[in-house]
Design a protein around this ligand. Structure first.
Ligand code: ZN
Length: 202
């Protein structure tokens, strides 16, 4: 599935990667560079990424202007990558048309909420490697899976849990069967002996 999409004045193109049951559209960013605001449909003087930018600035300056097909419009999460690594994550709320100043077909910009630490999608996607493909848009065959704690968050690669969610999964199970961690530990030690302890019958 290919979409023809690129940011005006930029080589970077969106890439769509799997995110749990859904898909994530990724926008490749170059190093920050100046553009002519008078010729930009969003009146911007620069686009791209640099280290000093906040995630929100990365989003504001790069949420357009892309040529997005119908498939892209059904995505819920967008990522921005720089040098093949996800540097910002956005929950897409809607996509707006940006009228062309050169009397071409309108192109698009995403409108959404910039995610941060603690958002399941952010935790799963930030820092992930996004491979470079020649095609403008690619669906990765091996994608992100769902956190095994049952929260529904997307986890990347071979990980089973979102950060901290392994503890949550353990605690939920202890709480259900033993009530408290102390009760669980006492039960365990009675049944199996303290971990690492040499007991008389071993
Ligand atoms: Zn979880």
């Amino acid at each position: 599935m290919l979409l023809s999409a690129r940011q005006d004045g930029l080589n970077p193109r969106p890439l769509i990667i799997r995110n749990g049951d859904g898909l994530t559209i990724n926008f490749k960013l170059n190093d920050r560079f100046d553009i002519d605001a008078a010729k930009d449909g969003m009146g911007r003087a620069w686009v791209g990424w640099s280290l000093d930018l906040s995630d929100h600035e990365v989003y504001e300056q790069n949420r357009g202007i892309w040529l997005l097909g119908r498939r892209a419009r059904s995505q819920e999460v967008a990522t921005f990558s720089h040098h093949g690594e996800v540097v910002a994550v956005v929950a897409i709320e809607r996509i707006e048309d940006i009228p062309s100043l050169q009397h071409q077909k309108p192109k698009q910009a995403i409108i959404g909420r910039v995610l941060q630490v603690g958002d399941a999608d952010y935790d799963a996607l930030i820092g992930q490697r996004v491979d470079h493909y020649r095609n403008p848009v690619t669906y990765l065959p091996t994608g992100l899976r769902t956190c095994r704690c049952g929260c529904g968050g997307a986890v990347a690669g071979s990980r089973a849990f979102l950060p901290g969610h392994d503890q949550r999964a353990i605690h939920d199970r202890i709480a259900q069967e033993w009530g408290t961690t102390l009760q669980f530990v006492e039960w365990f030690d009675n049944a199996y002996g303290k971990p690492g302890a040499v007991t008389a019958d071993r």
